[in-house]
Design a protein around this ligand. Structure first.
Ligand SMILES: *[C@@H]1O[C@H](CO)[C@@H](O)[C@H](O)[C@H]1NC(C)=O
Ligand SMILES: *[C@@H]1O[C@H](CO)[C@@H](O)[C@H](O)[C@H]1NC(C)=O
Ligand SMILES: *[C@@H]1O[C@H](CO)[C@@H](O)[C@H](O)[C@H]1NC(C)=O
Ligand SMILES: *[C@@H]1O[C@H](CO)[C@@H](O)[C@H](O)[C@H]1NC(C)=O
Ligand SMILES: *[C@@H]1O[C@H](CO)[C@@H](O)[C@H](O)[C@H]1NC(C)=O
Ligand SMILES: *[C@@H]1O[C@H](CO)[C@@H](O)[C@H](O)[C@H]1NC(C)=O
Ligand SMILES: *[C@@H]1O[C@H](CO)[C@@H](O)[C@H](O)[C@H]1NC(C)=O
Ligand SMILES: *[C@@H]1O[C@H](CO)[C@@H](O)[C@H](O)[C@H]1NC(C)=O
Ligand SMILES: *[C@@H]1O[C@H](CO)[C@@H](O)[C@H](O)[C@H]1NC(C)=O
Ligand SMILES: *[C@@H]1O[C@H](CO)[C@@H](O)[C@H](O)[C@H]1NC(C)=O
Ligand SMILES: *[C@@H]1O[C@H](CO)[C@@H](O)[C@H](O)[C@H]1NC(C)=O
Length: 547
């Protein structure tokens, strides 16, 4: 499910204090030049007034990396099966060095802050992100900004943002961006519920066996994809699951799920929880489905792989991106990060600023260069479509590119088939054919039976992502048993050696209506933007790995 925008409505700022007028007396103000602006407020937001001068802002400063391409180059070199560096993943320090800013950038920015009596802390191993706690009045002076309170009408949420900010001219090229400034949070739409319960009739293609007769269960997926029930055995092999927006996972529900659907497993098989940004692991909080689904279909499929649930606290004022940033920076800070990360959240790309998402994609690239396989749900809305628009809406972070030369042939092959199909006239022109194609892979995603104080039947790419991630974690265990490196960034391998070991899905339409037109892509032979390269086959993938 693509949901990023579900955040609790809070009403802060009940009493507004007048802001101190913008100071223009500081000597840095004279050579401040505008760095980022936004022309209009995002839909639904309106200006309330100046932000209280004494409110503390937590600003993040992204420093320019010394060699911006170094991380992605290293990523491709250790992830391309034809490279002689394949599998030679980087250590924490090696990756951090490649992502590091110039020492001159660090000292120039620190000198500027120190002139203002401020002190920032590095929040990444590479030192490319700084965190600064500063009040509104000081932030306005520092950045020539006008931080104000903006309310989102239908949700009642408020956020402190500025429509423009500046940096000293001498720091151009040293600072990539300051956040949160001009990027607004994604508003919460109350009907966009994460993990919404959807009891509906199982779709049962005739080829499915009786194991799938009553809904999708671990036994069903094990049979469909040849996923072994044999427990993994290498203690260092780990899988992380992202939790967001208060979607906690209940220990007791997992235990009941295992009793019912994995009677061969020890029902006390557990998961650990890591809390970031005041994430909440209150087991008395009612279930909101997504967390239970993601945990039950990793612990329940990646048999005996250690699963850590990384719960990122609700920080709606900071926007959903802030949570992704904190999570990836946390994983980068670990000496031995989990080798697989699955995330069932995402958001429409068109609402996000390129420069910030680019920084996030590069952080994922760094994690990939260290040998972590990162899986993101691509979203349940197919090609997506915004009201009154004829363009498709890709989802972030599933669209992170990492220079997708690995998929060039696959995408060209698809576009050739598309151009001669009956779909062509209604579909071409609604997407940028030079961009990254996704999804890369797929898995069954309907009628997943989940225990949440009763049985729920859930669907969506939220279900497919943990399933595929579990397959990768079990493959990593087999590799580790032989002393080999984990699979790491999967795509170059998937699009070359592994493509033949996936079940190519060749029929079916995404069937998405875009303002009344049926313009969805179709599944075809080979890669397509509905099912990617196909669904996993554990045994065939093992064969490709020579195991
Ligand atoms: C700053 O924004 C406030 C609204 O928040 C507005 O009233 C004020 O005129 C702005 N100040 C400047 C200098 O633009
Ligand atoms: C803001 O912080 C500065 C120190 O950085 C302090 O001197 C000033 O009094 C604070 N202003 C308000 C309104 O809190
Ligand atoms: C800046 O912060 C760091 C870490 O919080 C601290 O060690 C250092 O003393 C501070 N420096 C100044 C000048 O406040
Ligand atoms: C499906 O449900 C029926 C009726 O309750 C039961 O007999 C059968 O064993 C179930 N099949 C599976 C695979 O759970
Ligand atoms: C599970 O893995 C651990 C190592 O992480 C191993 O010691 C244990 O024997 C495994 N459990 C089973 C049931 O195989
Ligand atoms: C799982 O771990 C949690 C937290 O440590 C604990 O409260 C719970 O009892 C454990 N569940 C089982 C079945 O051991
Ligand atoms: C489970 O159901 C019981 C009984 O209805 C209820 O008291 C409890 O709050 C529920 N627990 C969760 C986590 O939803
Ligand atoms: C944002 O990224 C683009 C493309 O890399 C670059 O040209 C532009 O200068 C960046 N903007 C800012 C404010 O850094
Ligand atoms: C779409 O167009 C209709 C009719 O012109 C308008 O009422 C509606 O507000 C528009 N929706 C958006 C999201 O722009
Ligand atoms: C696309 O539309 C044109 C003009 O209506 C038509 O000639 C052509 O056959 C259509 N192509 C396909 C693939 O349907
Ligand atoms: C399509 O994407 C490419 C980058 O992949 C970009 O350079 C180009 O401007 C985009 N075209 C349109 C029409 O947006």
């Amino acid at each position: 499910m693509v949901v990023s925008t579900r955040i609790l409505a809070l009403s802060l700022f009940s009493s507004l204090v007048l802001a101190t007028p913008l100071s223009v007396s500081n000597h840095y103000s004279r050579d401040l030049i505008v760095h980022e602006t936004r022309d209009a407020l995002p839909s639904g937001f309106s200006l309330t007034g100046p932000a209280p001068a004494d409110t503390t802002l937590k600003l993040r400063i992204a420093l320019a990396q010394k060699t911006p391409d170094a991380v992605v180059d290293a990523l491709l070199s250790v992830s391309d099966p034809t490279s002689d560096k394949y599998g030679q993943h980087l250590s924490k320090n090696e990756a951090a060095q490649l992502a590091a800013p110039n020492p001159e950038s660090v000292s120039a920015v620190n000198a500027w802050l120190s002139e203002h009596g401020l002190n920032a802390t590095s929040i990444t191993p590479a030192g490319d992100w700084l965190e600064l706690h500063v009040n509104v009045s000081k932030a306005n002076t520092l950045l020539g900004a006008n931080f104000s309170v903006f309310h989102h009408g239908s949700t009642g949420q408020a956020a402190i943002r500025t429509l423009a900010y500046s940096i000293p001219a001498s720091l151009k090229g040293h600072i990539d961006l300051v956040h949160p400034t001009t990027t607004f949070p994604e508003p919460v739409d109350s009907n966009l519920q994460l993990g919404k319960r959807a009891i509906h009739k199982p779709i049962l293609p005739r080829t499915l066996s009786s194991n799938c007769a009553n809904g999708t269960t671990p036994a069903c997926l094990q049979e469909l994809y040849n996923i072994p029930t044999t427990p993994a055995s290498v203690p260092s092999n780990k899988l992380a699951v992202t939790g967001r927006f208060g979607n906690n996972a209940h220990y007791a529900f997992l235990q009941e799920f295992l009793k019912q659907y994995r009677p061969d497993m020890d029902p006390s098989t557990n998961f650990t929880v890591t809390l970031l940004d005041d994430g909440n692991n209150d087991q008395d909080q009612p279930s909101v489905s997504e967390g239970e689904l993601d945990i039950q279909y990793t612990v329940g499929l990646a048999t005996n792989v250690s699963v850590d649930y990384v719960m990122v606290g609700i920080k709606w004022q900071d926007g959903a991106l802030e949570g992704y940033l904190d999570e990836v920076n946390y994983l980068l800070s670990l000496d031995n990060p989990p080798q697989v990360l699955t995330t069932s959240y995402g958001m429409p790309e068109d609402s996000l600023p390129f420069n910030l998402t680019d920084k996030l994609c590069k952080a994922y690239a760094q994690l990939g260069a260290r040998g972590v396989s990162i899986l993101y749900a691509a979203g349940d809305s197919g090609v997506g479509c915004e009201q009154n628009s004829t363009s498709f809406v890709p989802t972030f972070p599933s669209n992170c590119p990492y220079a997708p030369t690995y998929q060039a042939d696959a995408v060209t092959g698809y576009l050739t088939q598309l151009s001669s199909s009956t779909q062509a006239n209604s579909t071409l022109g609604r997407f940028n054919a030079t961009g990254r194609g996704f999804p890369d892979v797929s898995a069954k995603a309907d009628s997943f039976l989940v225990w949440e104080n009763g049985t729920a039947s859930l669907f969506g790419t939220s279900a497919a992502s943990p399933t595929f991630a579990s397959v990768i974690a079990l493959l990593n265990d087999r590799l580790a048993q032989k002393g080999q490196s984990p699979l790491g960034f999967l795509n170059p391998w998937l699009y070359s050696k592994a493509a033949g070991a996936l079940n190519d899905i060749t029929e079916g339409k995404s069937n998405i209506e875009c303002n009344g037109d049926n313009v969805g892509f179709e599944a075809v032979k080979g890669w397509d933007p509905v099912t990617g390269l196909g669904t996993p086959d554990f045994n065939k993938l093992l064969g490709v790995l020579g195991l």
